[in-house]
Design a protein around this ligand. Structure first.
Ligand SMILES: Cc1cc2nc3c(=O)[nH]c(=O)nc-3n(C[C@H](O)[C@H](O)[C@H](O)COP(=O)(O)OP(=O)(O)OC[C@H]3O[C@@H](n4cnc5c(N)ncnc54)[C@H](O)[C@@H]3O)c2cc1C
Length: 413
């Protein structure tokens, strides 16, 4: 049996590609090695922060990280590893962290940010889904005078309606658990947040009801090529043929490696701690502790903290010392309270060195489309990626015919 479109990887990117293609009338099959509750898309912060947060590769990132390392507050850890791919990635990251590139990235985030939030909103309304979605802005909290002053200066060039500067006292209204050491904050109005778990489970359930085929707990380990096309993909037990194949395997590159496609992407390990806390201390909206790279997102019955960016590690275990370090950095700037029903999690961001996702057709095997490398913004941009991929497949576009690929894909940058 030959299928129409097979998507390998049921993280948020795979699911949003499936949603867009299904809505366009295509027959979609999704294959995943897990049951979708194991992916990075499940345990992340759920911040939809396309606006005013900046990019990861910003001018000054290297110096700032060094300063944080000296203070013992750095979220970044590079594991010593003699991997030429990692060194190439680090070099490209360092050279991408310049003013021109930064401005371009911010403009692209704004362009696709407005679209992607619109798509989430429309999807929830149309399909009657509940993602615990709130477009209530993102509170950027500062614990250092210098970075707060710098950000305030940057705000002078922004449209006043997009942000609100909050004093120490006003910050407490949004972040009642913050303590006296917080210098102040800025509420960036355009951002949103949701519960990633709800997004994943509800989207999967909706797609299943609509007849999208899910093949779960089956790892794809091989690809066969014939006449300049991918002919089939195989697991240990089955072979699947299709017209189109989409690779949305997150940070995992096994299949791209078999294709001998070197993707400029590295796994960046991060952690989350989900817990319940007194309601009166819960933040009113998603909160970024800017100087600590810690995000705190409220959800209906809990709160989630996320942090850390470890390069050079593919260890899937939760390292206790990292959890403790997140907690101790967080506790320096919050009033004492008890975290209850704690759940710890770790996952890997599929990180590119210039914040651009890896999107587009394989140049030799044209029925193979890459939808990867969404890094630290995969939840944010997944609906836009789904739309771009749908357009490529339904209109049979080549990379050069897609403005989105030329603008937003890291394959050509
Ligand atoms: C700590 C942390 C916090 C984050 N916070 C945010 C945030 O606030 N906002 C935001 O926008 N983003 C955030 N991110 C990033 C976001 O989670 C990722 O960008 C996103 O989840 C990537 O989605 P994906 O679908 O590409 O990959 P994944 O979610 O990893 O899904 C890939 C899927 O492919 C499957 N797979 C892989 N290989 C195979 C194979 N060979 N055969 C079959 N199946 C396979 C896997 O099982 C997996 O289910 C965060 C990430 C981390 C780690």
């Amino acid at each position: 049996m030959k299928r129409d479109t097979i998507i390998i990887g049921a993280g948020v990117v795979g699911l949003m590609c499936a949603y867009s293609l299904h809505k366009a009338g295509r027959k979609v099959t999704i294959i995943d090695e897990g049951d979708i509750t194991n992916s990075t898309s499940f345990g992340n912060a759920g911040l939809l922060s396309a606006f005013d947060k900046g990019s990861l590769s910003y001018p000054g990132v290297i110096t700032n990280t060094m300063k944080q390392m000296i203070k013992g507050e750095s979220p970044v850890k590079v594991h010593p590893k003699l991997d030429p791919k990692l060194f190439k990635w680090l070099f490209k990251f360092a050279t991408s962290a310049n003013e021109t590139r930064f401005k371009r990235t911010i403009m692209l985030f704004e362009k696709y940010g407005e679209e992607t939030l619109g798509l989430y909103e429309k999807m929830q309304k149309k399909e009657n889904l509940d993602f615990d979605y709130h477009r209530t802005g993102m509170l950027s909290v500062f614990t250092e005078d210098a970075t707060y002053e710098k950000k305030l200066k940057e705000c002078e060039s922004k449209e006043a309606k997009n942000y609100k500067i909050l004093s120490k006292e006003e910050t407490k209204e949004y972040l009642p658990c913050g303590n006296e050491k917080i210098k102040g904050s800025i509420l960036f109005n355009r951002n949103a947040h949701f519960d990633p778990q709800k997004v994943m489970l509800q989207t999967k359930e909706f797609l299943q009801k609509e007849g999208v085929e899910f093949i779960l707990n089956e790892k794809i380990t091989d690809i066969k090529f014939e006449n300049k096309k991918v002919k089939s993909v195989s697991s240990a037990t089955n072979t699947y043929k299709a017209e189109n194949f989409i690779l949305s395997t997150g940070y995992q590159t096994l299949l791209a490696d078999i294709r001998k496609k070197s993707l400029m992407m590295t796994p960046a390990k991060g952690y989350s701690i989900t817990f319940s806390m007194p309601n009166e201390l819960k933040p009113k909206t998603s909160t970024l502790f800017s100087d600590l790279f810690i995000v705190m997102t409220p959800r209906r019955h809990s709160v989630r903290l996320t942090s850390k960016l470890e390069l050079g590690s593919t260890d899937t275990n939760i390292v206790k010392a990292q959890i403790e370090s997140i907690k101790s950095n967080f506790e320096k700037y919050t009033v004492p309270f008890e975290m209850k029903e704690i759940k710890e999690w770790t996952g890997f961001r599929p990180l590119t060195p210039n914040d651009m996702p890896l999107l587009g057709r394989d140049e030799e095997y044209k029925n193979l489309v890459y939808a990867m490398g969404l890094g630290w913004l995969g939840m944010t941009f997944a609906p836009s990626v789904g739309k771009i991929v749908k357009k490529m497949i339904t209109k049979d576009l080549d990379n050069k015919d897609s403005d989105d690929i030329l603008l937003f894909s890291g394959l050509y940058q």
